[in-house]
Design a protein around this ligand. Sequence first.
Ligand SMILES: NC(=O)c1ccc[n+]([C@@H]2O[C@H](COP(=O)([O-])OP(=O)(O)OC[C@H]3O[C@@H](n4cnc5c(N)ncnc54)[C@H](O)[C@@H]3O)[C@@H](O)[C@H]2O)c1
Length: 266
Amino acid sequence: MTGRFEGRVVLVTGGAHGIGAATVRRLHAEGAAVVVADLDADAAARIVDELASRSSAGPSASTSAGSVSAVVCDVRDRTSVDAAVAATLERHGRLDVLVGVAGGDHPHPTLLDGMDDATWAAGVDLNLGGPARCVRAAAPHLPRGGAIVLVGSVNGLQAFGGEDYSAAKAGLVSLAQNLAVSLGRRGVRINVVAPGTVRTRVWDDRTPDKFVPLYPLGRIGEPEDVAAAVAFLASDDAAWITGVTLPVDGGILTGPMTAFQQLDVD
Ligand SMILES: NC(=O)c1ccc[n+]([C@@H]2O[C@H](COP(=O)([O-])OP(=O)(O)OC[C@H]3O[C@@H](n4cnc5c(N)ncnc54)[C@H](O)[C@@H]3O)[C@@H](O)[C@H]2O)c1
């Protein structure tokens, strides 16, 4: 593993589970000092312990130069988000990269089936308001060469259901485009990754592998697939990429051909 993040400080919201945790592991392995900002204090503490023990475990730890620590944070709350950024600056004296992973969806009625206003507002606030709050707090501190990566979804690019969640994820595409202009003048980049189905705990009581036939690459994603793309966009390897949304989706967005093939259409 190369040390693309040696000497860099990264704040990862939602870093205690799933895609966020894989991102924390990846960036730490590439040398970053990582602050895990998450609602789930116990899980955040577990990943800090895991990586701390790896760092002191011997030769393989030599590339894991960065430290890892946690801060309890609720991205729905401006004060909490501002405090997480302040804690990062206090601990490390700088902030180079923001990765906004915190978000998610839960079963509820569709819009036309009676979704209430509170449910709509909560979905949009968590998945669009949260990342926007994090960007507002972090951006003033990011140096030239700094980067922001937000985790969207294929739901923000095509119709997969979940109107509030999907509209919020679509909003991230526009947020990144607009902020790329203002941040670009300061040499700071902002991009979005849009994962397809990824095997995390959110699918624990369902069977995500039923979606495999929809994926040209013949499998659903693993958290590490998304973490690799986040690391790329956060690194200097993506130094001339800003304002884009990168699907990390096993090809599900290629179009209707996979569905047609299943229908055996001539
Ligand atoms: N798993 C998928 O199939 C999939 C697909 C596309 C996009 N995504 C997106 O990827 C991101 C991570 O999803 P995941 O599957 O790893 O989920 P997950 O539930 O495993 O992880 C989400 C993390 O965010 C934290 N979190 C939740 N609400 C928070 C809040 N208000 N403030 C701070 N932290 C909070 C949780 O504690 C958890 O650590 C989400 O934004 C999700 O929408 C997931």
